[in-house]
Design a protein around this ligand. Structure first.
Ligand code: B12
Length: 289
């Protein structure tokens, strides 16, 4: 809130409390849910009205829409989620990640997903900018390296838990292998690629960080993936990285496997190999192509 008063209308209140509009009307008429009536006869609700209702009726009305509402802050997050207020949510997730408050980060991720926002949007509009912010703060010496690790790991853990509630189709024919090259530790983007593909119905083979190139041939022979996703961020040794990418793509090509690449290393290395179908820049593109 911090100074701004938010008024909820009946529709907001219904969504936040997980009931329909006529229940809201009934509750206000019987006085169990307080509200303000405008001159035009419309009901307006303050945060305190909803909060005190939730507090008094915790047990009776636990079926709330996005997640359990225990405090005014929960109600505010729920409201921001319903409004798709990414600016607010970004700032909030950044603050919570800096104090390693996984519960609150999780509440935003789960709330957005349960609120029908596409997974790729959560990744493109919340997770990516928040991690970039963590990086800037570290670059500007406003965070120690440990704080940077704590924040990024908290986010990574919450992404992993979010996967637990993702709807996964039953019928799965395609197989995607997800890897990073042999010197790469950054695998958060690849994890997000994994989740989006899984929600699209792919079976995922995730070798993740530091995948040794010399073991990739046997992985192809054993698991026969039809797509390969490579994520690369660390470009410290360009020549070695280029060599890794070329070798991996040769193997993929020999196994009729299409390759999709992403990550900032591809700004500086060549990705013209015939096995590479596309360089992807956003998680929306992972969902689309
Ligand atoms: C978290 C983090 C780490 C964690 C990684 C944890 C993990 N499990 O991933 C740890 C602590 C391990 C780490 C280590 C290092 N890090 Co670091 N790290 C970061 C940080 C803060 C966030 C990275 C991240 O996940 N970003 C979020 C992703 C989603 O954003 P993105 O990488 O920009 O990706 C976008 C696209 O490229 C695309 N994308 C990326 N990959 C893919 C893949 C596919 C298939 C698709 C479709 C799309 C896609 O999706 C995103 C949407 O735009 C960044 C800061 C930053 N600006 O990103 C630094 C950063 C990436 N790290 C950096 C560095 C230098 C390092 C170290 C070398 C530090 C050191 N001296 O030890 C080591 C590298 C070690 C190694 N061998 O890899 C630099 C990289 C600079 C560069 N490219 O040369 C950055 C930019 C920080 C900085 N400003 O200097 N890091």
């Amino acid at each position: 809130m911090k100074g701004n008063i938010i008024y909820f209308n009946s529709e907001d209140a219904a969504k936040i409390l997980g009931v329909n509009g006529s229940t809201i009307k009934r509750w206000t008429e019987s006085g169990i849910l307080e509200c303000i009536k405008t001159a035009g006869g419309h009901r307006k609700f303050l945060m305190t009205h909803l909060a005190s209702f939730v507090e008094k009726n915790k047990k009776k009305h636990s079926k709330v829409n996005l997640f359990t509402l225990e405090s005014e802050q929960d109600i505010e997050i729920s409201y921001r989620i319903l409004r798709g207020d990414y600016r607010f949510l970004n700032k909030y997730v950044l603050e919570q990640s800096l104090i390693c408050n996984r519960e609150q980060i999780q509440q935003v991720f789960n709330g957005l997903y349960l609120g029908q926002y596409p997974l790729h949007q959560i990744y493109d509009l919340i997770v990516t900018p928040v991690l970039h912010q963590v990086g800037y703060l570290w670059e500007e010496n406003k965070l120690s390296v440990i704080q940077e690790h704590l924040a990024s790991q908290a986010i990574r853990d919450c992404i992993t838990r979010l996967q637990g509630i993702i709807r996964i189709p039953e019928h799965r024919e395609e197989k995607a292998l997800c890897l990073t090259p042999s010197k790469e530790l950054h695998d958060i983007p690849l994890k997000m690629v994994d989740h989006i593909l899984e929600a699209r119905g792919f079976t995922i083979l995730y070798t993740g960080q530091l995948t040794p190139v010399e073991r990739i041939e046997e992985t192809f022979a054993t698991y026969k993936p039809n797509r390969l996703y490579i994520s690369s961020t660390n470009m410290n040794d360009r020549a070695e990285l280029q060599n890794d990418i070329n070798q991996i793509c040769d193997i993929a090509h020999a196994h009729n496997c299409d390759v999709y690449v992403g990550g900032r290393s591809f700004d500086v290395i060549d990705f013209g190999h015939q096995a590479i179908r596309r360089r992807l820049y956003t998680f929306e593109e992972v969902y689309k192509y």
